[in-house]
Design a binder for this molecule. Sequence first.
Ligand SMILES: [Zn+2]
Length: 295
Amino acid sequence: MNMYVKGAIAVIAALVICTGCGGNKEGAAPSPSPSSGQTEASPMTKSASDASKSSPSAESTAASSTKPGASVKPTATAKATSSPSSHSNTGAKNDAVQVVAKPESITVLVNKQNSLPDSYEPADLVYPDVPFVFKEKIEKRKMRKEAASALEKLFAGAEKDGIYLAGVSAYRSYATQKSVFQRYVAKDGEEKAKTYSAVPGTSEHETGLAIDVSGSDGKCAAEDCFGGTKEAKWLEQHAAEYGFIIRYPKGKDAITGYQYEPWHIRFVGTNIAKEIHDKGITLEEYFNAVPVTKQ
Ligand SMILES: [Zn+2]
């Protein structure tokens, strides 16, 4: 475990991840034998954040968003796997987490109740030709081909309107998410870690279809202060034209499981994106999916 932790720390330091991002944060808990009562007792629903970034403050911010009363609602199809290395714990502790049937679908719904298979890795990851807040060609710069292409168009469209965006964090592998989560578990314990970090398999960043963006200056990257900026407003208004949605809209945290994340956009294709935007709904509502949290 220590080795894992050390490794994870190193990875994190290098990655600055937004764990929360969309579902990225909850944990694959390392502890195989959790004490029982937490199953329904403490689902932590909302973490916020993509912010896991490496800044310490991000964590506290996210953590504060935990909603005590919320309870994850198990679904009939829930699948609690029990393999030690995966999100089994997730299933066991955080109620029902079911594994999605078509992880490669452009419209796949991934959240705190719907997980990608442990082994899933998108087959068509590429490096979108857009600026990021870092220079390295590393994992978090990747996106699936169709999403990357749409992102390039979105960035170009923004520039025409005088809005200069930069990528902060896109794809994140299961292994990376696992390292991140385990590092937080080692630091704060599983229950607390789950309030601000996604269980491996449940982060939308693992789909290769989501990305956190910021202004080109990198300020407020995946942080609450991004809200209200001209970049955030532009995304709110125009992302759907390029097939992206603001995945965690304001006031929808009880449904998505995440607080408002104006920086986290998810590719779903233009038709669905426009409908979701026009109706002011979430991906969960679009699919009539069970709310992640209930109030
Ligand atoms: Zn994100």
